[in-house]
Write a new protein. Structure first.
Length: 250
């Protein structure tokens, strides 16, 4: 394919002309940004809009050029372009993209936005001064109200923090009291457990003794007369009552 008939070079020339025009606009935009009040300068506003439009148009053209390279690479035999030529075309596109990217980033930079906001405030203050200071009293009232609001909020915040500290202190005391109560309950349960253990041991011992006495009594009853048996039963009943009293009251 003849380079003179290649549509890539036709578009490339148009893109290069657009880049040159946008570059000139960008330089003028930078000069106006740094040396003028952008809020009052109509030329700055016009330059900004034209610069954004020019960048957008170039981005579209570069996308078209990217598409043509993709087509060529997918069908090398048809277009018969050497690899070096393809690389040169890619380099032109990438270099142009980098140039446009720097301009676009500068347009959207925080420093640019900060300068424009500063210029807006200056323009606003200048218009107020030009009006003979009619708004000075209003400004002072607004500032005073704002300061009162800030002071009130600070006071509320301090009171809230103080209340929270008191609540935390009270909560800490409550937790400490509950801990002490838990320890007291634990100690009391330990004492009661020991008492129950001792009582159980005494009951078991008394039960063993009573079982032994009953065995002996049975043997004695079997070997004694009826009258003797009743005497023995009476004596044993008295002994049993005495043992019961001994277990529960001693």
């Amino acid at each position: 394919m003849s380079l003179l008939q290649d549509p890539f070079y036709v578009v490339k020339e148009e893109v290069q002309q657009s880049v040159n025009g946008v570059t000139a606009l960008y330089k003028r935009w930078r000069e106006l940004l740094e040396t003028t009040n952008t809020a009052n300068n109509d030329e700055f506003k016009w330059t900004t809009n034209e610069l954004k439009s020019g960048i957008k148009s170039i981005e579209w053209d570069l996308q078209d050029l990217d598409d043509t390279i993709s087509i060529v690479e997918s069908n090398r035999q048809k277009f018969k372009l050497e690899q070096q030529e393809v690389e040169n075309r890619k380099k032109f596109i990438n270099d142009t993209k980098s140039t446009i990217k720097r301009m676009k980033e500068d347009l959207q930079a925080a420093s640019t936005k900060g300068k424009q906001e500063h210029d807006k405030r200056e323009a606003l203050m200048g218009s107020r001064k030009g009006a003979g200071g009619r708004f000075d009293a209003l400004d002072q009232a607004i500032i005073s109200d704002n300061q009162d609001y800030i002071d009130d909020q600070a006071s509320r915040q301090q009171q809230l923090m103080h209340d929270q500290d008191q609540d935390l202190t009270q909560l800490s005391n409550t937790v400490s009291t509950l801990g002490q109560m838990g320890q007291a309950i634990s100690s009391e349960l330990s004492v009661q457990s020991r008492i129950l253990d001792n009582l159980t041991a005494k009951v078991d011992d008394t039960s063993g003794r009573l079982s032994g006495v009953m065995r002996r009594l049975n043997k004695l009853i079997e070997s004694a007369s009826d009258r003797t048996q009743w005497c023995i039963i009476g004596v044993l009943a008295v002994l049993l009552i005495g043992l019961i009293i001994l277990v529960f009251y001693v």
